[in-house]
Design a protein around this ligand. Structure first.
Ligand code: SF4
Length: 144
């Protein structure tokens, strides 16, 4: 039987939409509501990037959002982890050749965890958050 990972901290997540169609947002809402209830493990959305450990980015980066994405990223205290949710943020997805696209998220800010899917299921998003938590603990321990 696989050992259950144990973590020493709760994880606060800030969500940023850099140009999503909102499909990924629906799955994030599904992931944080009572069916899965990640708040019982201390995982919750926060309203300010200054309070966050993890930045959750959905959608490709459109021209109007690039500067805002960079500014919000800089407002999250270190150490921080960036999760890219959905195919659009990973590769541009169906919008890859759109006139108003700056590109995938990792061409603008560094990405630590990729969650593919269009949109990804809530289980995949939660798995990504747990992966982010492990990465954050390694960063805090100075070994990542
Ligand atoms: S990955 Fe799919 S659901 Fe998510 S923003 Fe792109 S088109 Fe929408």
């Amino acid at each position: 039987m696989k050992p259950t990972p144990s973590f020493n901290r709760s994880l606060w997540v800030y969500h940023f939409n850099s140009g999503s169609c909102n499909g990924c947002e629906i799955e994030i809402v599904a992931a944080i509501t009572p069916r899965y209830d990640p708040e019982r493990f201390g995982i919750k959305l926060v309203g300010s990037p200054r309070h966050a450990d993890v930045m959750l980015v959905t959608g490709p980066v459109v021209k109007k959002m690039k500067d805002r994405l960079l500014r919000v990223y800089s407002q999250i205290p270190d150490p921080k982890v960036v999760m890219c949710i959905g195919t659009c943020g990973i590769s541009g997805g169906v919008f890859y050749d759109s006139y108003n696209l700056e590109g995938p998220v990792d061409e603008v800010i560094p990405v630590d965890v990729y969650v593919p899917g269009c949109p990804p299921r809530p289980e995949a998003i939660i798995h990504g958050v747990v992966t982010a938590l492990a990465k954050l603990e390694r960063l805090e321990g100075g070994s990542a």
